[in-house]
Design a protein around this ligand. Structure first.
Ligand SMILES: Nc1ncnc2c1ncn2[C@@H]1O[C@H](COP(=O)(O)OP(=O)(O)O)[C@@H](O)[C@H]1O
Ligand SMILES: [Mg+2]
Length: 239
C-alpha cells in the first residue's frame, strides 16, 4: 500500500531523512517514533505527496489519503458537523449520504450533543476529535497522523487513543501514526518504526504481537505490553 525505497530528503545543507526503506501493508497500523527533529513530519509529508524526496521513491497505492496534523486547524466559523463535512463540500460529494456518516463518526468519538457547537465552545480534546472525524469522513484508505494527540492532557490522550483503536478495528485504513509516546505506539500499532536522531534512519522495526483490543489499564497482556514499552524505551534513550 505504501512503499518507500531508499528515500532521503534534505533541506539545503540539512539532511532530514537518509535511506529510508519502509513498506506498509493494506490495513496495517504502523507507528513511527523518534526524537524531535529526526524527520517524522517530513516522512509523513513525503507519503502524503506534499514533499518530493531528494533521492529514492515513494509510492502510495491507496486513495484517498488523509493527513491529520498536530493542531486541529478547524474553521472557527463552522460548527463541529460543518467542519467534518468540509472535505465533502470541497469535493462536491453527495452531501446527504455523507451527512449520516459525519453524524455517526461524531457520535462514535463521544461528541453526540455537540454537533452544532463551534470550535471555541469545545475543549482541545473535543476539537481534535472533530479533526479526526474530518480526516475519516471520506473513508480514506490511507490515514497519516502527525502527533495528533500531543497537545492534549494525559487522560484525554489515553481516551483518544482508545477511540482511535476502536475506529481502526471497526473500519480499518492503512495508517501511519507519528507519536513521541511509546505507550500510544504500543497500544495502537502492528509495528513500531524507531527512527534514529537526524538524519532519520530506520533504527529498528518492532512488531507488536499483542492481541486487540489493547488497553493501558488491566488486561491479560500487561507483561507483553511492559516488555514492549521497555524495549522501545531503551532504543529511544540509548541512541
Ligand atoms: N520546510 C523545511 N525547510 C527547512 N528545513 C526543514 C523543513 N522541514 C523540516 N526541516 C528540517 O528537517 C528536520 C526534520 O524535521 P521534521 O520532519 O519536522 O522532524 P520531526 O517531525 O521528527 O520533529 C529538522 O531539522 C527541520 O528543521
Ligand atoms: Mg514533527
Amino acid at each position: 500500500m505504501i512503499e518507500l525505497t531508499r528515500v532521503s530528503r534534505s533541506f539545503g545543507a540539512v539532511q532530514a531523512l537518509r535511506d529510508i526503506d519502509l513498506s506498509v501493508a493494506e490495513n496495517e497500523f504502523v507507528a513511527v517514533i523518534g526524537r524531535s527533529g529526526c524527520g517524522k513530519s517530513t516522512l509523513l509529508r513525503l507519503i502524503a505527496g506534499l514533499l518530493e524526496p531528494s533521492a529514492g521513491t515513494v509510492t502510495v497505492s491507496g486513495a484517498p489519503v488523509a493527513l491529520m496534523q498536530q493542531v486541529p486547524a478547524l474553521l472557527p466559523w463552522r460548527t463541529a458537523l460543518g467542519n467534518v463535512m468540509l472535505p465533502v463540500e470541497i469535493r462536491r460529494l453527495p452531501r446527504e449520504q455523507y451527512r449520516d456518516r459525519a453524524v455517526a463518526l461524531l457520535d462514535a468519538v463521544g461528541l453526540a450533543g455537540f454537533h452544532d457547537r463551534h470550535p471555541y465552545e469545545l475543549s482541545g480534546g473535543m476539537q481534535q476529535r472533530v479533526a479526526l472525524c474530518r480526516a475519516l469522513i471520506q473513508q480514506p484508505r490511507v490515514l497519516l497522523m502527525d502527533e495528533p494527540f500531543s497537545a492534549l492532557d494525559a487522560l484525554t490522550r489515553e481516551e483518544m487513543a482508545g477511540q482511535l483503536q476502536d475506529l481502526h478495528l471497526a473500519r480499518s485504513a492503512t495508517t501511519v501514526f507519528v507519536t513521541h509516546s511509546i505507550q500510544e505506539a504500543v497500544l495502537l500499532a502492528d509495528r513500531v518504526v524507531v527512527l534514529s536522531p537526524r538524519p532519520g534512519r530506520v533504527r529498528k522495526v518492532l512488531g507488536v504481537d499483542i492481541p486487540r483490543p489493547r488497553s493501558f489499564g488491566h488486561n491479560a497482556h500487561l507483561e507483553a505490553v511492559a516488555e514492549c514499552v521497555a524495549h522501545l524505551h531503551d532504543l529511544l534513550l540509548h541512541d
